[in-house]
Design a protein around this ligand. Structure first.
Ligand code: SF4
Length: 363
């Protein structure tokens, strides 16, 4: 069986997915990319949808071994933005025509935090209504594992999309990169709860976790399918120096190009297998190579999240080393991202939610 013979398949076995992820010569990668682009064009269109990203707090109760803002990293300054600053950013986002925003933070499960998030969502929805956005900005939340009751409160307040990355669908690998109190089963339960509440649900994995195999990545793609996921955010694993996984820095620097290419192939194969989901071209791609986000778009992504986090705290929200756009002088992300998208020949959607077609039509 040759990878080329599989590209037009409608459904894929694990061995077929592995074969597609394993292509390495230039010509086969180009064919994979082209097929992913065609599938994207057919099922979700060529428009690129913007979600302004506001990282509103770096306080987190968890301790993921790969993450720069994990609770045991005492070197960083903790912050939570004032409500007014978040609302101002949201208003600006709506005025620029983004259509949607993502509110992201570390995980907290206390009542004060839940009330805070709920109140912000409600206020953003009511204050960003306009002729172009009669229901206000579309809101995606990314605030970790919560109870069903909390998810319901967020949904009732007006958020309609939620991102919760599984990071790897291999429970053993998950265990290796998380402390014992963070359970794979609980992450899974939370993803299911989000679906039951009615959110459009996004998840994703890191590509290039030490010890991860092609088999793991192929199973990740099947996991997305089985879980009936609507949105994906996947990126390369990049080492953060102040984490327990910093000992992988040498391995990471040797494998950097390979991990980057694998991350792009994951986008392409996910697009070919899942077809009508939204897939983000993540900032981590750009952290590895300056044109990484543009490459993500060419491999089948249709969403980009320009950073709207106020410049004075950007430096304190680094999940990995080398995150781009944290310098105050590059804070005009909208212009920059727009130019990046246009350089790929893709149109930028304005004043649209750009919801995942999969949520409504289920291929
Ligand atoms: S990855 Fe998320 S949950 Fe884990 S430590 Fe970082 S911010 Fe917290």
């Amino acid at each position: 069986m040759k990878p080329d013979d599989l590209l037009n398949n409608d459904s894929f076995s694990i061995d077929e997915i592995k074969l597609l992820l394993s292509v390495n010569d230039k010509q086969s990668i180009e064919k994979l990319q082209q097929r992913a682009y065609d599938v994207m064009k057919q099922y979700v269109g060529e428009k690129v949808y913007l979600r302004g990203l506001i990282e509103f707090s770096n306080v987190c109760v968890n301790d993921c071994y790969y993450c720069g803002i994990r609770k045991c990293n005492y070197k960083i300054k903790r912050y939570t933005l004032e409500k007014d600053e978040i609302i101002d950013s949201a208003r600006w986002c709506a005025e620029q025509g983004f259509g949607s925003l993502v509110l992201q933070s570390g995980e907290r499960n206390d009542e004060q935090f839940i009330d805070f998030v709920e109140a912000i969502v409600r206020q953003i929805k009511s204050e960003t209504k306009s002729d172009k956005l009669p229901k206000g900005l579309g809101i995606t939340l990314c605030v970790g594992e919560q109870s069903s009751k909390t998810y319901q409160r967020f949904f009732d307040a007006g958020a309609h999309r939620y991102l919760l990355r599984i990071e790897t669908s291999n429970p053993e690998l998950f265990k290796k990169i998380h402390p014992d109190f963070q359970l794979y089963e609980r992450r899974l339960k939370a993803l299911k709860a989000l679906k039951e509440v009615g959110f459009q649900v996004g998840t994703g994995v890191m590509t290039g976790i030490p010890g991860q195999t092609i088999d793991d990545l192929a199973k990740d793609i099947l996991f997305f399918k089985e879980m009936d996921i609507d949105m994906l955010g996947m990126g390369p694993y990049i080492v953060h120096s102040d984490t327990p996984m910093n000992s992988y820095y040498y391995e990471y620097s040797v494998r950097k190009r390979e991990i980057y290419e694998l991350a792009l192939k994951m986008i392409a194969v996910a697009r070919i297998v899942l077809k009508d989901v939204n897939i983000a071209s993540t900032t981590a791609l750009q952290a590895m190579y300056p044109l990484g986000r543009e490459a993500g778009l060419m491999f089948g992504s249709n969403v980009i999240m320009p950073m709207l986090t106020p410049a004075h705290v950007r430096n304190d929200y680094q999940l990995y080393n080398g995150k781009p756009c944290i310098d105050e002088f590059t804070s005009d992300c909208f212009e920059c991202v727009q130019q990046r998208i246009e350089s790929t020949g893709r149109p930028v959607a304005k004043d649209e939610y750009g919801d995942s077609p999969h949520f409504y039509y289920k291929v």
